[in-house]
Design a protein around this ligand. Structure first.
Ligand code: PLP
Length: 554
């Protein structure tokens, strides 16, 4: 059946809509979900194409000795999604692979956006091809190529078969989706300029090694003549770079924060890279207590998040603190299930939660345990969460050491590692902590969004200057604290870690803790309002507005 024109078809390898659908791994998928939510709220006629992963994010259990177990989140798509009748085929390694689809209707306050989940687990397919949509980011280069063929080529074919003949912009959320340009090239007689007019691209990876690159031998073996004769002129002369293909075939490319835009321009000096700084869907990440508060005092905040910046000063102090305490009580009740040294609902609570990877420097806070003890003196408690990759010894080690430390420090600093970081736990943590701690290595965090989720609940960020926090901190330095200097003033990595750790302890001791203890929290509450005010800008309604203006306008 023919469908009305789409402003955008948004292609993404992962999407984090709900904790019970493990079709995501981290921030990229969470952002895709928030962008789609805001698009649906602000009336963008869109469809989203992704993959129906059986296994993406895994459920984490932590044993008392600090070892971890990761179990697949078993889910049954038919219980949550509706089956589409359409099927298409792509070619992988010379075989025909059938691709089916499931649909999730994402209902916004203005329109409904179909999220189309592609699936190769069909009886028509060879056993090995049924595995293509099994593990998100699992498998080798050959598997990754097959997955990207299904997403890009299969995705365009699926949209056409479903009746979307008029799609104004094909948006690639990260380079994984770049093969969609190959199908468009075929449709348009291999005319690069024609395809380029229809495509836009967001890059998310500030580190060269994080971009998908394939040997042409392998690419030709897997993709065959789905690769056009002139592929080397658009995807890289020596190796096939998905990012290069995406940039060369897009009329618009952007990074996800100002600093990430700069890093991307340095990485791809021949490209024009703009910036659309990320945001979060402000309603989705607001704790229920705060939703009630904003409904009472900031009328219209749901439709117009910029009102949070204009009106945050009008929130009554006592109400704001009361709601914060309620959200904090909920968080602490959850965390206390995982410790035999219960947390105190009135103590300064620092939360730090994210995927456990080295560039996020999860152990910076523990660089000098003596100093940490001396600074905290029974005034601070810390909640950690974050999953490591099941095969990653670094991540396993970090979590194990965290558990050991929490035992060793129990008399001076209470520390709880809460298992199974997922969107539900992220809501609880960013809703109820006092301080959100983030310590990435500079120029490694493209944007980061968890700190924005904290802001919308009046939680104060305490973070190194990278990604979005550089912009936020410049907008309002009273809304939180920075750790260490800007990137330009840095010595080598080891020295930097030392400088950052020292600054972290000093600021905790002389700024953060005294501010929290100051007379009935009056100064703290003033900062909470400023933190909330930042979401007037760092929200996905604003992002989608910018995408409409710059990336999806035709
Ligand atoms: C928001 C969110 C992320 C992204 O957080 P950053 O630490 O800012 O990269 C990752 N995982 C989950 C579950 C989230 O909710």
């Amino acid at each position: 059946m023919p469908k009305s024109p789409l402003t955008v078809a948004y292609f993404t390898m992962e999407i984090g809509l709900e904790s019970r659908m493990p079709t995501f791994a981290g921030g990229l998928g969470m952002l895709a979900a928030d962008i789609m939510r805001s698009a649906a709220d602000t009336g963008v006629v869109a469809a989203c194409v992704t993959i129906c992963w059986q296994h993406g994010y895994m459920r984490q259990t932590i044993h008392s000795n600090g070892t971890q177990r990761y179990d697949p989140v078993s889910w049954n798509p038919p219980q949550i999604l509706r089956k589409a009748s359409e099927q298409v085929t792509v070619q992988c390694e010379g075989r025909t692979v059938h691709v089916g689809a499931w649909i999730y209707d994402l209902q916004g306050s203005s329109v409904t956006i179909p999220i189309i989940f592609l699936d190769t687990d069909l009886s028509e397919n060879a056993a090995e091809d049924r595995q293509i949509t099994s593990h998100l980011y699992g498998g080798d280069g050959a598997m990754r190529l097959k997955q990207e063929i299904v997403l890009g080529i299969g995705g365009v074919k699926m949209l056409r078969t479903m009746g979307y003949s008029d799609i104004r912009t094909f948006h690639m959320n990260e380079g994984h989706a770049a093969f969609l340009t190959l199908e468009l090239l075929r449709e348009r007689n291999w005319n690069n300029d024609d395809v380029k007019r229809s495509c836009a691209f967001t890059t998310h990876t500030p580190v060269a090694a994080g971009h998908d690159v394939f040997d042409y031998d392998l690419a030709f073996r897997i993709a065959g003549d789905q690769l056009p004769w002139h592929i080397r002129s658009i995807a890289g002369k020596d190796r096939l770079s998905m990012t290069e293909l995406a940039i060369r075939m897009s009329r618009y490319t952007c990074g996800v924060s100002k600093v990430h835009g700069e890093v991307s321009r340095r990485m791809f000096p021949w490209a024009t890279v703009d910036t659309i700084t990320n945001g979060v869907h402000h309603v989705h990440w607001t704790a229920p207590e705060f939703q009630n508060l904003y409904d009472s005092y900031i009328h219209g905040w749901r439709q117009s998040p910029q009102l949070l910046a204009e009106k945050c000063r009008e929130l009554p102090d006592d109400q704001l603190w009361k709601m914060h305490q309620l959200a904090k009580d909920r968080l602490i009740a959850h965390a206390n299930q995982f410790t035999d040294v219960p947390l105190d609902p009135h103590r300064l609570t620092i939360a730090s939660a994210r995927r456990v990877v080295s560039y996020k420097r999860p152990e910076l806070l523990y660089t000098n345990l003596e100093r940490l003890r001396e600074v905290c003196q029974g005034k601070v408690q810390i909640i950690h969460a974050g999953n490591a990759h099941a095969q990653d010894p670094f991540g396993q080690g970090v979590i194990q050491r965290m558990i050991e430390r929490s035992k060793k420090l129990r008399d001076s600093v209470r520390i709880v590692y809460v298992p199974n970081y997922n969107p539900d736990l992220a809501s609880l943590l960013t809703g109820g902590a006092d301080v959100w701690l983030n310590t990435p290595m500079r120029l490694h965090e493209a944007s980061g969004t968890s700190g924005m989720k904290a802001c919308v609940n009046g939680v104060l960020n305490f973070s190194t200057l990278d990604g979005w926090w550089i912009e936020a901190f410049a907008m309002d330095p009273e809304a939180g604290w920075r750790i260490g200097p800007l990137a330009s003033a840095l010595p080598d990595a080891e020295e930097t870690t030392h400088v950052d750790a020292e600054d972290l302890y000093t600021q905790l001791q002389y700024e953060v803790i005294p501010e929290f203890e100051y007379e009935n929290h009056v100064r703290w509450i003033r900062r909470m309002k400023r933190s909330i005010g930042l979401i007037g800008y760092f929200n996905t309604h604003r992002c989608v507005g910018e995408y409409r203006e710059k990336a999806w306008k035709h």
